[in-house]
Design a protein around this ligand. Sequence first.
Ligand SMILES: [Zn+2]
Length: 227
Amino acid sequence: MPNCGKHLTYDSPSGDDTYFGEAAHIRGEKPKAARYDASMTDAERDHVDNLLYLCTEHHTIIDDAPADWPTSTLMDLKAKHERLVRDAMEGAFPDIAFPELQNAVAWVSNQPPAPNGSFDLTAPNEKIKKNALSNGSRHIVAAGLMSRETVANYVEAETQLDPEFPERLKAGFLEEYFKRRKEGHKGDELFELMCAFAQRGLRKQADRTAGVAVMVYLFEICDVFEK
Ligand SMILES: [Zn+2]
């Protein structure tokens, strides 16, 4: 609940941690409860998607004055808070690039660069337009494509040992892509967020460059981003 700020957990020095918030139903639990939705099953009512963790006072308020606290308002509060927490977690634990990407980066950044970096931007050009990317982003795509062969070789070698590898690598990026798109990001801004994701937890510049190369490779083969 915005502006409440009450801590709902007790961290005990003796190990007896406890909590004193309450699981409040957004759409009510019983027929006479606030925001009750007859079309839901009991399982849906008790699902975490329909629950808010609130202090006792706010739990009482939203249930006793439901006109002030309709379902849409509470869903919105829940979504905003969860986004806030997720962003804070990502900030606090920046070292969690997913394993497929970490492995790809470790390999790519140790390979010699392609001899003359000849590549052709015509194929991705179409995609660049579809994704509304500016020249700034085009430079990043061009730079990433310098390592296209290297990334492709790695993915191919890894696939021999683990046929599911490319799917998992792609899925790691897609999850982030759809999450960010759902938040309303698009164009250069979305591309920028994906670059940041591809470099997350990577400290050495060589690794960061390799991370972006892996993302651009997936961009080019049309597995991530708008086709
Ligand atoms: Zn409260």
